[in-house]
Design a protein around this ligand. Structure first.
Ligand SMILES: C[S@@+](CC[C@H](N)C(=O)[O-])C[C@H]1O[C@@H](n2cnc3c(N)ncnc32)[C@H](O)[C@@H]1O
Length: 187
């Protein structure tokens, strides 16, 4: 049987071949919701874009353990969050803890702004093998390595985001950035 691939905190996102779930079905802070949804099932992959920043550091660590519990050996959690080292003042105002504006703004519930090192550590501590796919280092330098959309599309990426069209064409800097990493449960 083909193993399922599941989007966590999907919002409006839908991708072919992926089971869409919302917080009401799979709450990263509620192990019971995973037990009810999955029972004994283990999944092949999780995809989670711009959700982990809505959890505290402690909740984020517990959520990493929860995903580990429901991943098959060799399975991958692909996860993206805002990047504390993206050198753009407007972006940093938007992604800051608490968000910039009204309670219904997408960033309103931000609990933390990770950099690549602190975010990778959340998953390394659980036992995942971590590969950083896109991130800025502490001097604001962008790093990316080729990654496959087929293994989990992240929209807010250098590869896909409409705000990065000039960057892709070699005409300008990134317009929007994320830390994107793969956390692989060893086989
Ligand atoms: C900024 S939206 C991102 C939605 C979508 N992933 C995307 O990239 O467009 C944040 C999402 O995180 C979800 N979320 C917040 N806390 C969550 C939790 N504890 N468990 C699962 N999802 C959560 C919200 O319901 C919301 O859909």
């Amino acid at each position: 049987m083909v193993s399922r691939r599941v989007i966590l905190g999907a919002g409006d996102q839908t991708w072919d071949g992926w089971t869409v779930t919302q917080k009401e079905q799979l709450d990263l802070t509620d192990p019971g919701s995973f037990a009810r949804f999955f029972g004994p099932e283990l999944v092949g992959a999780f995809l989670c874009e711009h959700v982990w920043e809505h959890l505290t550091l402690e909740e984020g660590s517990a959520a990493a353990r929860l995903c580990w519990r429901y991943l098959q050996p060799g399975g991958v959690l692909r996860v993206a969050v805002p990047d504390a080292h993206f050198p753009d003042a407007g972006y940093q105002r938007t992604v800051q803890v608490g968000g910039p504006g009204p309670a219904d703004h997408p960033a309103a519930g931000h609990q933390i702004v990770y950099d690549a090192r602190t975010f990778a550590e959340v998953f390394i501590q659980v036992g995942f093998e971590v590969t950083l796919l896109e991130y800025h280092d502490s001097s604001g330098q962008f790093h990316a390595q080729p990654w496959s959309v087929a293994h989990g599309p992240v929209y807010r990426s250098a590869l896909l985001d409409h705000r990065n069209a000039d960057y892709r064409a070699g005409r300008g800097p990134l317009g929007f950035a994320s830390i994107i990493l793969d956390a692989r449960k060893p086989a």
